[in-house]
Ligand binder design. Sequence first.
Ligand code: PGA
Ligand code: ZN
Length: 408
Amino acid sequence: MQATCELESGCTASAKVPSGASTGINEAVELRDDDPERYGGKGVLTAVANVNSEINSALTGMDPGDQRAVDSRLTELDGTDNKGRLGANAILGASLAVARANAKERSIPLFEQLSPRDRYTLPVPMFNILNGGQHADNNVDIQEFMVLPVGLPTFRDALRSAAEIFQTLKGILKGKGYNTAVGDEGGFAPQLRSNEEPMELLVAAIEKAGYAPGSEVYIGLDAAASEFCSNGMYVFDQSDGSSRDPSGMAAMWEDWAGRYPLLSLEDGFSEVDYAGWKIGTDRLGQQLQLVGDDLFVTNPRIFASGIADGLGNSILIKLNQIGTLTETLDCIQMARDNGYTFIISHRSGETADTTIADLAVASGGGQIKTGSTCRSDRVAKYNRLLEIEAALGPRATYAGRDAFQDWL
Ligand code: PGA
Ligand code: ZN
């Protein structure tokens, strides 16, 4: 859905909010109408009405430059812990529309409004070029196989390498008689022999495209393990039916990290398996970036308790998991304060909105995850980053290896 903010001057700006397929259980509530007669229950007339009535009245007269006050007003107005009354989709739409309108009125780009600085860091993109899990109808249990062009000199070169690797992968898949239709995030989604085959395919594609795996380009995974964990066991039921306890799961990741140029592992354990996360962090944390997505759900309170328990060493940042810009920025600050890296992320259900590209540059964490080099909802973010890099000229530096210095 989309919300529009109009300022006194008549300046208007809009923001669109995305939606996820493999959501964490503790995410803020995305309000849908549940009217089976419309869009299979997925309509958002209630959330839209909330923006046009209550939210509109509550924000009228406020200073758009005071984002924290705007977002506090929104959360107080909602009155629940999970934004379930007005809907995180309604609230986030309003929160981001205010930020965008303010930047537009001041005639500055959004990233500059979010963080005015002389120099900016362009993020390393994590390109999800092979999809499985909830994002594809194939027999791969692991959700995302990504290439990370860490060793390229600029964002522009990184994007080019990923586009070339993606097309090379297509050729390899075709050569094997595999399907080359794409999944939710624009990665290929073929039926494969095993969960490990994508690792071999990615390395082959990186090499064949002329890049060096393990120095120029690394691999990242989002296992989205909450989706294949039940009763404390990890079961690959889409592929070979094998199952592992948390230690077995950690052993499998360790084995892969030893045999492939694996650098980042997201949700390698389930969102409720704190013991597994702890085992995994103790065993793999020196070697791999261990990213909590479902585990932390961009929620400062949940993240704080995960940090206290020593779970993971990185957090995935999704605005709509928490529902306001200010709480998202608070989560990012918490990551910085505690030595966690952070990755600004899209959702599997995306729009053409490019806010996360600006947020990635403004927050300076040096990592963004926004799909493959395919599907215009994904490419829009990469194009926005190209635009920012070009506009900044010598004021832009590509994050490259610095973003992963704990593991490289
Ligand atoms: P989602 O997937 O948007 O379906 O939750 C993205 C992710 O798990 O990172
Ligand atoms: Zn994830």
